[in-house]
Design a protein around this ligand. Structure first.
Ligand SMILES: [Zn+2]
Ligand SMILES: [Zn+2]
Length: 310
């Protein structure tokens, strides 16, 4: 019978092929938590006195972030609140928003829910049925979500925005940008953002070194409420294809995601030095006042064209 590599207990709930480690439930939770806290410490993601905004979708990744970052809140090291974006996706989002609210309430932390409809007048579903649309679902979603999160974080005086990017997401992003030759995007991937404008809040990725499978196992082991539904639009993207490819490779090469990430982090300073785009002089969007490198920010540009004004 398999026994826990750390404490000898049974049953074992995970066999980490990459390290050979076998862990019981308690040792797994401890190990995953410690890994996330180590990432936070080593990269100075969160420091005493920070006010952290967790971008909480209700999915497993953001719920794990909230659960672990909450331990710092409970110890009075930081302040904490959650932001949930309601994109307006029929049959999918409502459930996520409810789960997010439940998690925030259980921990007793402030929760802000902000919808595409409130800020841009249209749900994502409506945007995709709009005759004037020129981009895929993920493009609109990404631009509008970033705009809202940035706005709300500033209104609430957050000093950090924590997102639920896991190891699979990061590996996907690195490979995707390599494959597309998008070196400028590559220079922006990292554990902590370095905003070009002080109207942008620093973004951090506490669970960046945790594989997606372990995130799922963590929320199950901790008996946390999450929704496992997949966004109905996610299959539209090239990112999804790359993700499936990386997962397939990982079956026979269990360390491939770690090595992609570690390798990338090593060469990133060099890529950044060589290829980082010229510092654009950021002004403010004439419509909404958010930082923008043109007259209108991308969100306002999109909103305008969806209203047939262009
Ligand atoms: Zn154990
Ligand atoms: Zn704008």
């Amino acid at each position: 019978m398999k026994t826990c590599t750390k404490c000898g207990a049974t049953p074992v709930i995970i066999h980490r092929k990459a390290s050979g480690q076998m862990l019981c439930k308690d040792c797994f939770i401890e190990s995953a938590t410690e890994k996330v806290l180590r990432n936070i410490r080593r990269n100075k993601l969160i420091e005493r006195g920070d006010k952290v905004a967790v971008a909480l979708s209700g999915g497993k990744d953001s719920v794990m972030v909230l659960d672990i970052v909450n331990s710092l809140y409970e110890r009075n090291i930081i302040n904490l609140f959650a932001i949930t974006i309601d994109e307006g996706i029929e049959g999918y989002r409502k459930h996520g928003v409810e789960i997010a609210a439940k998690n925030a309430k259980k921990l007793g932390i402030d929760h802000r829910i902000a919808s595409f409809k409130d800020y841009f007048g249209k749900t994502l579903d409506e945007i995709l049925h709009n005759e004037s649309r020129q981009h895929g679902a993920c493009t609109y979603c990404g631009v509008f979500r970033r705009w809202i999160i940035n706005r709300v974080a500033r209104e609430e005086n957050a000093t950090k925005i924590a997102t639920g990017h896991n190891l699979d997401d990061e590996t996907e992003a690195i490979l995707m940008n390599y494959l597309e030759g998008n070196i400028d995007n590559l220079t922006r991937i990292g554990v902590k953002s370095e905003p070009k404008n002080d109207k942008f809040t620093v973004k951090i990725k506490p669970i960046r070194e945790i594989p997606e499978k372990e995130v799922a196992l963590y929320v199950i082991a901790r008996e946390l409420d999450v929704h496992f539904d997949e966004c109905p639009y996610s299959r539209e993207s090239f990112r999804g294809e790359v993700g499936r490819f990386v997962k397939e490779l990982s079956v026979n090469h269990p360390t491939i995601m770690y090595s992609t990430l570690k390798g990338f982090d090593k060469i990133k300073p060099a890529i950044k030095k060589e290829f980082s785009g010229k510092k654009v002089n950021m002004g403010n969007c004439i419509q909404c006042g958010e930082p923008a490198s043109h007259e209108l920010c991308r969100a306002c540009l999109f909103a305008k064209s969806l209203n047939g004004e262009q």
